[in-house]
Ligand binder design. Structure first.
Ligand code: AMP
Ligand code: MN
Ligand code: MN
Ligand code: MN
Length: 288
């Protein structure tokens, strides 16, 4: 029998289903992100910018040229019980109207929040933050905390973006303002109605504890969610196993994604993650 030894190494599957371009708070334009992922050996890449799908056409053009599979994605900001949760949508129709409208409303909220964030920083003695942050937002519609963080680094308030988030822009610190994002069930429904798969992003990042976590996963599933990130750049190896168990318990598919934001700002390069544990069913199990 002639078998697997003839599959060239370069064609092995490597799914990275969570990445950002400068359409949201990533550093690279979509085309450069796709080039970097292809060079790193990613075979299937999802571009999942925060609350916007505007990078997909450019990403697709490059993906087709380089022969890598591109998944239309998005990462939607949600408020659930006063906490911010992220829901990734995979294989969405980016032109589906309820999704387009929903994302547009979130982006309007970002502009208003940015002004309040700048006011909060001004009260702490940091002037000019609104204009400063917008200078780092290649797509002004997705102004967010990362752009404020880059401005604060530039001004010398911290040595890097990661450090900024210890002293600013998080609960109780200057620059943090509470904000109401989309409702969980709405975001899931926009994704599902757009033909996509809703994925609970980096569940280990929310600090929810053993009580609330199952409640979130249960409500997510109830709303039509189908998958959960198990192996992500935001999880420790212990969390890979923990969330593999949640995937089994809640009968959810498992996803894998780096959450790459750019060279220098992300620990994990595109595709540079362990495989999913054998106990889970990959979200791509039935993709052609
Ligand atoms: P926003 O959606 O505007 O609230 O910004 C959230 C983004 O900020 C996340 O997607 C990350 O890219 C970034 N972020 C949040 N917390 C941290 C952190 N502790 N270190 C580095 N980046 C962070
Ligand atoms: Mn981000
Ligand atoms: Mn996220
Ligand atoms: Mn992300």
């Amino acid at each position: 029998m002639i078998a697997t030894q003839f599959i060239p190494l370069g064609r092995m599957s490597n799914y990275d289903l969570h990445t950002h371009s400068n359409i949201s708070d990533g550093l690279l334009p979509p085309a450069e992100l796709v080039e970097r992922a292809a060079a790193a050996g990613v075979s299937t890449l999802a571009l999942t910018d925060h609350d916007d799908v505007a990078g997909l056409p450019q990403a697709r053009e490059t993906a087709e040229r380089l022969g890598i599979d591109l998944v239309n994605g998005v990462e939607i900001s949600v408020t659930w019980r006063k906490r911010t949760i992220h829901i990734v949508g995979l294989r969405i129709d980016p032109l589906h109207e309820p999704l387009v409208q929903g994302l547009s409303a979130i982006r309007q909220g970002r502009a208003l929040r940015a002004r309040r964030m700048a006011d909060s920083l001004a009260q702490a003695g940091i002037a000019g933050a609104l204009e400063g942050a917008y200078r780092y937002a290649d797509n002004p519609e997705i102004i967010g905390r990362t752009h404020f963080a880059r401005f604060l680094v530039h001004m010398g308030y911290a040595k890097d973006v990661r450090t900024v988030f210890r002293h600013y822009l998080v609960g109780g610190k200057p620059g943090y303002v509470p904000h109401e994002w989309a409702a969980l069930a709405d975001a899931v429904q926009w994704i599902v109605a757009a033909g996509g798969i809703a994925v609970l992003a980096h569940p280990g990042r929310y600090d929810l504890g053993r009580q609330l976590l199952p409640e979130l996963i249960g409500e997510f599933k109830e709303a039509g969610g189908q998958a959960i990130e198990v192996v992500t750049g935001s999880h420790t190896p212990d969390q890979y196993n923990l969330f593999a168990r949640y995937a089994q318990e809640f009968d959810l598919l498992a996803s894998r994604g780096s959450d790459f934001h750019g060279p220098g700002e992300s620990y994990v390069e595109p595709g540079a993650l362990p495989p999913l544990p054998a106990s889970v069913r990959p979200v791509w199990h039935d993709w052609g």
